[in-house]
Design a protein around this ligand. Structure first.
Ligand code: 0WD
Length: 243
């Protein structure tokens, strides 16, 4: 969930998962993205599980019904979804409106729980749930504002969901990705500066690619990561140790 185009982190994950033998389903949000996602799905032989807007629970239900019909069960799910009004991803966190706070937290945080509730029923042989977070959850970052608060709540959700779903051998993890130029990231103020800053200061002296996030995700989604749950793994060229 969260392939918007071929620069999306979810696309990097889908490609890596496919390369390691996964059968895939993709969702799209609205007709505009449908046109982008259809050819990408075809490229990976993935089926389209339908329109999903996480603010509308009926569309989440419909996606899981489509998956149940196609496969009967589910092994893993990738949640790569976030939203905040662009106007509030600049300036001060202090100026966050109640409306955007509620919407950002609903789409960027609660939706993981909403998805996990549906996934639980289909993960009859255990499973792996993965979400995407960012260092702005741990430390203040310029312009990240309400998204930092949403990501902190998302990371806490990973821990609570991991504890709830562990007895069914369903693992819940997050990847904290370094900054990557995607559609969502382009809404963040001074994003190019953040990219450069990471390039100069991270231990690997560079930023990461969606392919690198994808490979790490494939590890966490697969049985190779079977001992890992409730974890936030940084795939950020090491920036978190210096930032
Ligand atoms: O630097 C970055 N790009 C980082 C992104 C660093 C660390 C983490 N992340 C996170 C993001 O916060 C997000 O959770 O990775 C995840 C994926 O983001 P992305 O790959 O950077 O961005 P993008 O390709 O734009 O995909 C995000 C998608 C949306 O695309 P747009 O740009 O149209 O908002 O999230 C989806 C949508 O497809 N999305 C929704 N899906 C269902 N229902 C909704 C919604 N209400 N809102 C957004």
């Amino acid at each position: 969930m969260g392939v918007a185009n071929n620069r999306s982190i979810a696309w990097g994950i889908a490609k890596a998962a496919r390369a390691h033998g996964a059968e895939l389903a993709l969702t799209y949000q609205g007709d505009a993205l449908k046109k982008r996602v259809e050819p990408l799905a075809a490229e990976l032989g993935a089926f389209i599980a339908g329109h999903c807007d996480v603010t509308d629970g009926a569309t989440i239900d419909a996606v899981f019904a489509a998956i149940e019909k196609e496969w009967g069960k589910l092994d893993f799910i990738v949640h790569a979804i976030a939203f905040s009004d662009k106007d509030e991803l600049t300036g001060r966190y202090l100026d966050t409106s109640e409306d955007n706070f509620t919407k950002s937290l609903l789409i960027s945080c609660y939706s993981l729980t909403a998805v996990a509730q549906r996934a639980e029923k289909l993960m009859t042989d255990g499973g792996s749930i993965l979400t995407l977070t960012y260092y702005g959850a741990e430390k203040w970052m310029p312009h990240y504002n309400v998204m930092g608060v949403a990501k902190a709540a998302l990371e806490a959700s990973v821990r609570y969901l991991a504890a709830d779903l562990g007895p069914q051998n369903i693992r819940v993890n997050a990847i904290s990705a370094g900054p990557i130029k995607t559609l969502a990231a382009s809404g963040i103020g001074d994003f190019r500066y953040i990219l450069k800053w990471n390039e100069y200061n991270s231990p690997l002296r560079r930023t990461v690619t969606i392919e690198e996030v994808g490979e790490s995700a494939a590890f966490l989604l697969s049985d190779m990561g079977r001992g890992i749950t409730g974890e936030v793994t940084h795939v950020d060229a090491g920036y978190h140790v210096v930032g």
